[in-house]
Design a protein around this ligand. Sequence first.
Ligand code: SF4
Length: 326
Amino acid sequence: MTLVEVRNIKKYFPVTKGFIDSLMARDAQYVRAVDGISFKIKKGEVLGLAGESGSGKTTTGRLCVRLLRPTEGEIIYDGKDIAKLKGRELRMIRRRIQFTFQDPTSSLNPRLGIGNAIGDALRLQGIGDSKERFQRTEEILERVGLSPASSFYNRLPHQLSGGQKQRVVFGRAIILNPEFVVTDEPVAMVDVSIKAQILDLMMDLKKELNLTYLFISHDLATSRHVCDRIAVMYLGKIVEVADKDSIYEDPLHPYSVGLMSAIPVPNPQVKKAEAVPRGEIPSPINPPSGCRFHPRCPKAFERCPNEEPELLDLGDGRMVACHLYG
Ligand code: SF4
């Protein structure tokens, strides 16, 4: 059963005009952070969103939980379009969908005790009285491994390690009993030794609370451990979708091939260095014509700069946007 369906969403951010631009009446410019993407997430599934910085992953995640309003498109959540919800309706849907930010330090108020940081969502949603909220917060602290809860409740964020702060972030995300959590680079800011513990916590919560995740990460080795399927993004577009084994064993899109070949392996001899995408990701203000990947693609041919490839369904849940296929 599909829980989330994103239909052709776009998010364009206006670029502030300089004095000279205004004087010369130059046209407004837009950063096309997300430029017409569609995908579905099944209930109970973990969909990974992969790609370099600037590919539009975080903006996509924020759109899915309506921290941002799309410029165009639909976000169907449990059968209802939430793209244009406002006010009370949006607040009610926020009980069911949550987001965890990449940097736990900057996402926590340095002057607010972590018990209050976690329990505040209950107060804002008008759930329970202060005693019930306190009890529920203590339960959540214990559940995310900050035990005994009484010794953590009043601690300030600076009194916690990076891993403990990430546990607070997950506690804050689950206190309202959500169904869908978008988690943005959840282990990017923690030590390698703590990474596995945070990922285990994330997957335990998934099992216990029957969660569905959109897992955003540039770290493909990590995504392989937790995701069921992976969608690869490049410059605001999805270029390939497949189950995790297919995409890791046999990536089709030249960009996915490059990303996979950049994953560190114990024996560097088996790395296909020539497949790593050359150069930097271009500006999303003026993306390249045709296939946006063509200036960096080792397989580009005449058709590529002139015609944008469609995201083709190759069957078995596999999709690719490249003129080499179909
Ligand atoms: Fe490379 Fe052309 Fe495929 Fe784009 S469409 S990925 S440029 S081969």
